[in-house]
Design a protein around this ligand. Sequence first.
Ligand code: AGP
Length: 609
Amino acid sequence: MCGIVCYIGSRPCVDIILQGLTRLEYRGYDSAGIAVHDGEMLKVVRAQGKLVNLGTALEKTPLAGKLGMGHTRWATHGRPSENNAHPHMVNGVAVVHNGILENHLELRREIEQTGATFSSETDTEIFAHLISAALEKNPDLVAAVRQVLSRVTGSYAIAVIAKSDPGRVVVAKNSSPLVIGVGDGETFAASDIPAILKHTNRMVFMEDRELAVLTAEGFSIHEIDGPEITREPKTIEWSATQAEKGGYRHFMLKEIHEQPRVMEDTMRGRVSIEGSGVATELMGLDDLSARRVRRIVLLACGTSYHASLVGKYWLENLAKVPTEVELASEYRARNPLVDPNDLVIPVSQSGETIDTLEAVKVAKEGGASILAIANVLDSAIPRASDGSLYTHAGPEIGVASTKCFTAQLTALFMLAVHLGRRRGVLEKPRARELLEGLLKIPALMREILNDSEHIEELARELASYSNCLYLGRRLLFPIALEGALKLKEIAYIHAEGYAAGEMKHGPIALIDENMPVVVVMPTDSSFNRISGNVQEVLARGGRVIAVGTRGEKTLDALDVKRIEIPACLQELYPILAVIPLQLLAYYVADFKGTDVDQPRNLAKTVTVE
Ligand code: AGP
């Protein structure tokens, strides 16, 4: 989730761009840069770290011009560094990019074979090389960009400025967001509205596979490989703060709704249906090491621990590896038995959680191989690991983790398929079926997200209770735990997740009309058993909210309130079933008026003991 800001017009552009980049702060940045054309020269200044560092760099190397573009980077390929910061410039062509190129490796090899050398580890630099080479054959910048875009696959929002073309910015979009701002005698482009709303509220939203040419006089939009398109600007009525949240009331709600795209980004370039496998950048985990793994130990805290509990089912059932899941804080304190044939997998959104980091150190001392699943590139836990499998969720602003949880589930599922194939225990047809099922999930998530009014009504009722029980079985037991954690941490209601099979061993004593019970019960192999648990609860005057598969007739016979989710492969229900629970907790908290994005007593990352 990088941030892009472009300007062309009659005013000096540097401050306009820098201020715009600060309005994209919620998109995160570990480095930033700016390119400015002064009418003759095209110059670039970049800096690692927060945006303030770019300002300091510009004090040392001032830039002046009325045509420019800036970028804040959320690293996905290539660690955070000045060298990897955008813009990337090659032979007078500067490019900024937000997205992930899927065929970057083959393009990089092709460029290197021409004798060109790369100055960064990024996929973005490929654009600068290719466009520069195309301009040598045809000086038309638009034609050069078009030709290059016909060769790349993946997601992008790019902006291109050429030294040889001081009157234009060429931008293009596919999967990553890009909006054009229409001013009087000036034109803008940005990753999101907040960056340019101060200057204009007339916005043109670009669609996938479109290219636009920006000049001081205005803009034109074209299909990347087709004709010009006419599109009228929309007038945005949001405030700047509303715009940062994309019009949602809270970052948490925005992030819940981002999950389909986040899942697509995390799978992008990794899931191969033809190969029925998963291409994961697992350092040191070749066939031999995959076969040598005797045990997997997942280490995590909080929501990441719940994701790990689901991962256990997948790793044992798909990769046939005995898998343990450990609370990192307990593992590090227990002097655990570690075997050199263990594969230890810390799961962490921030990559900085102190308990998980310290647990990793204990496992390393025992000689285990470490593979980190993290969201923040080059954070402490991946740096302490032998290999990393990154989620591509972008910065998660809400303290309550939502999009990173489903991104972690996606990564764990891909890892299980990958290991199953590498270990020769998962047949190709079955792997294909599983990956086809995974690829369908984002669309099914959107169905749930587009039909959430009913959940809001249920939340209004739930908000009046002081306690709540969440039940699930097998793969859905961890989802019950996660649903309970969400209600606890943002609505401050005591909620407990429990294995449904455990009800008769004590918790059923809690059941009366004051103890609402949320039961996660999609139609899977545990459905009949958990239906029995529901009847036990109803028989004691309990009130049940059932998260069930759409159209499940058996539920008609139960006196329960229903939240329906679409049918999917039963192994994948955890990814879908958690969405209604996230929304339920969110709406309860919003009704109660708690600080949803910054709940009391909590920090986004627990980096102290
Ligand atoms: C989840 O909603 C919480 N914010 C918290 O439990 C979090 O998952 C936990 O602190 C682990 O953080 P990490 O994933 O960054 O390691």
